[in-house]
Design a protein around this ligand. Structure first.
Ligand SMILES: O=C1N[C@]2(CO1)C[C@H](C(=O)N1CCC(COc3ccc(F)cc3Cl)CC1)C2
Length: 320
C-alpha cells in the first residue's frame, strides 16, 4: 500500500486505479482482448486474429482478407482445407468489422486495411521465415489483396481471388450515384445507402440464413463515407493491375450482382502475370465459397489443385 501510495504520489494527477490502456480493452462483443488472439494496429486499434495450424510443420503460409461487413470466421472451411495441404493459415477481422475495434464498417482510408494486413503478414513471416506466402481475398478483401500485393510485388507466391471487387457494380455505382455519393460524402458522410440484400449473395438458402443470423456480420446500411472508400479502392485497383505479375487464380460467378464479373475479365486482360487462370461459374452469385454445393465444392477443389501443384514444385518435393 505504502509503496503504491508513493508511486501515485509522484505522478501528479494520477489515481491509484489502473491507467486506461492497461485495463482490459473489450471487443465489440464485450470480450477482453487479453483473452483473444489479437494484434494492435498502427492506430492502436485491437484487431481480432485467427490462426489455423497444420498437423505437420507448415510448407507455406496463407493470409485471408475477408470482405465488407463480414469477418474472418467465415473462412474456417477454406482454412481447414488449406491446413490439409500443410498451409499455416492466418487472418484478422479488419478495422470496424467482426471482433475488431472501430465503428462498424467505417474506415478513415482504405489504405488502413492494406497497412494492417501487411503488419500481420510481416509478423507471421518472422515466425515462419522462408516459407512461400499466398494471399486470398473475397470481394472487398480481393481489392485489399490486390493492393497489398502491389505494395510488396516480390513477397507473395500467389494470389487467389474469389469474386473480387475490381470494378464497382454498374447498378450500385452508376455515374449519377457516384456523383451523388461524392456530394453526399461532403454533406452527410454517415448517410446510409442501405444494406446488402442477403438474397443476392448466394443461391444457397442455408448460406443466406447463416449470413443473416451471424451476429458477427454487420447488417446495417453502408455509410456514404464507406462507399466512397470502396470507390477509391476500385480506382486504386485499376491502377495497380498493370504491375501485378505473380500467379493469379481468379473465380467469379456470371450472375454476381455485387461485384461485376467484368472486373475479373478486365483483370485477366490487364495483369502481366505469366500464370493467370479465371474460372467462371455459370449462374453463380457472389459468395462462391458459400454457394450451391456443386459450385462451392468445385471452388475448393480448384483452389486445392492449383496450390498443391505449386507447393510441390516450390518445395522441390516433386516425383521421383
Ligand atoms: O460473404 C460475404 N461477402 C460479402 C458479404 O458477406 C459481400 C461483401 C463485399 O465485400 N462487397 C459487396 C458489396 C460491394 C458494394 O460495393 C459498392 C457499394 C456502393 C458503392 F458506391 C460502391 C461500391 Cl464498390 C462491396 C464488396 C462481403
Amino acid at each position: 500500500k505504502q509503496k503504491n501510495e508513493e508511486h501515485t504520489k509522484d505522478r501528479p494527477g494520477s489515481t491509484s486505479r489502473m491507467p486506461e490502456d492497461s485495463r482490459a480493452r473489450l471487443s465489440p462483443q464485450g470480450i477482453a482482448y487479453k483473452d483473444l488472439p489479437h494484434i494492435a494496429n498502427a492506430d492502436g486499434q485491437h484487431l481480432f486474429c485467427r490462426y489455423w495450424k497444420p498437423q505437420a510443420s507448415p510448407r507455406a503460409l496463407a493470409f485471408v482478407a475477408h470482405g465488407a461487413g463480414e469477418h474472418c470466421g467465415r473462412y474456417d472451411e477454406l482454412a481447414q482445407m488449406l491446413t490439409g495441404l500443410n498451409f499455416f493459415v492466418f487472418a484478422h477481422d479488419h478495422v470496424g468489422h467482426g471482433q475488431s475495434e472501430g465503428d462498424r464498417m467505417v474506415v478513415s482510408d482504405f489504405q488502413v486495411f492494406i497497412r494492417d494486413s501487411l503488419q500481420h503478414i510481416d509478423l507471421v513471416k518472422k515466425e515462419h521465415p522462408g516459407l512461400p506466402i499466398y494471399i486470398f481475398g473475397h470481394s472487398m478483401g480481393g481489392a485489399i489483396s490486390i493492393l497489398t500485393v502491389s505494395e510488396r510485388p516480390s513477397d507473395f507466391a500467389g494470389l487467389v481471388l474469389i469474386s473480387p471487387l475490381i470494378l464497382p457494380n454498374p447498378q450500385s455505382a452508376t455515374s449519377f450515384k457516384v456523383f451523388a455519393a461524392k456530394v453526399l460524402n461532403h454533406l452527410l458522410p454517415s448517410f446510409s445507402l442501405g444494406s446488402i440484400d442477403p438474397n443476392i449473395i448466394s443461391r444457397n438458402k442455408e448460406e443466406v440464413e447463416a449470413y443473416v443470423t451471424d451476429p458477427l456480420v454487420y447488417h446495417g446500411g453502408m455509410k456514404v463515407s464507406f462507399a466512397m472508400q470502396l470507390l477509391n479502392a476500385s480506382a486504386r485497383v485499376g491502377k495497380a493491375l498493370p504491375d501485378i505479375s505473380l500467379p493469379v487464380l481468379l473465380m467469379h460467378g456470371t450472375d454476381d450482382q455485387l461485384c461485376d464479373i467484368k472486373g475479373s475479365y478486365h483483370l485477366m486482360e490487364t495483369v502481366p502475370s505469366q500464370e493467370k487462370i479465371l474460372k467462371v461459374y455459370d449462374k453463380a452469385y457472389h459468395v462462391l465459397h458459400k454457394e450451391l454445393p456443386e459450385v462451392s465444392s468445385a471452388v475448393f477443389r480448384e483452389i486445392e489443385t492449383w496450390l498443391a501443384e505449386k507447393i510441390v514444385t516450390a518445395t522441390g518435393a516433386g516425383g521421383i
